[in-house]
Design a protein around this ligand. Structure first.
Ligand code: CTP
Ligand code: CA
Length: 225
């Protein structure tokens, strides 16, 4: 594969990738988020660049350095990530939604720190926009790859997302196994598309990202011919 990766399969192509978690503010000192490290998205950005693509990386808050020579846009909330994606998606050939976008945001963010009281605290959450689905439903939609993080019914849920979100491909991630996936160095994926599937065995995220980008490039080239 190393040899194949050197082929500049994506020269002249533009790729936008979302990565990391989003952070949903509750009050000036608190937020709701998740364990995404951003490593997989950053590894994909590097792998796409290796294949010759011009990459835009739109990242939630992570403890990673922006990859060299990759345009990286930092955002915090799902709404900000949605805006940044929609501003940069024009002329994009491939979109990869790798971010663990918070599904909900707090309905009423408090301007002041919420004080402890004698009663329990109830917060109401409203839905965030689905960035990946919105991109895939654009009139001039790019080729799309999504991720499905699941703790059960991996294939069924992943295929449901492939269909509902109108994606070209989906990479399913079993997050019930804490040794891989979220916040880990390694990952394993099963990738589905309308006419096939491929299992990418447990590997270092950078190696896995190279394998996945190569598969995406192959599918993209095949489907745009
Ligand atoms: N995604 C997104 N915007 C959201 C939620 C998810 O772009 N508001 C993208 C993720 O980046 C990922 C894919 O959608 O590529 C699937 O995310 P996932 O959380 O697995 O699926 P959901 O559709 O949010 O469903 P659920 O969390 O209930 O499984
Ligand atoms: Ca979700």
């Amino acid at each position: 594969l190393a040899q194949q990766s050197l082929e500049q399969l994506l020269t002249g192509k533009r790729i936008t990738i979302t990565a990391g978690p989003t952070r949903e503010e509750i009050d000036p000192v608190r937020y709701l988020s998740n364990h995404s490290s951003g490593k997989m998205g950053y590894a994909l950005a590097i792998a796409a660049q290796e294949l010759g693509a011009a990459v835009t990386l739109i990242s939630g808050p992570v403890n990673l350095l922006p990859p060299a020579n990759i345009q990286t846009i930092s955002v915090t909330s799902a709404i900000q990530m949605h805006e940044a994606v929609m501003e940069t998606i024009h002329n994009c050939d491939i979109f990869i939604g790798c971010a663990a976008v918070a599904d909900y945001q707090v309905q009423k963010k408090s301007n002041q720190k919420i004080k402890k009281s004698d009663s329990e605290l109830t917060l109401t959450f409203i839905k965030n926009p689905d960035i990946l689905s919105d991109v895939a439903h654009l009139a001039n939609a790019p080729f799309t790859l999504g991720f499905a993080a699941e703790t059960q019914n991996l294939q069924e849920y992943a295929l449901g997302k492939l269909q509902r979100k109108k994606l070209n491909m989906i990479a399913a991630n079993d997050v019930s196994d804490s040794t891989i996936g979220f916040n880990s160095e390694q990952n394993a994926l099963t990738v589905f598309w309308s006419k096939g599937e491929k299992k990418l065995e447990v590997a270092d995220k950078q190696l896995l990202a190279r394998q996945l980008m190569h598969l995406v490039a192959q599918r993209y080239i095949e489907e745009s011919n």
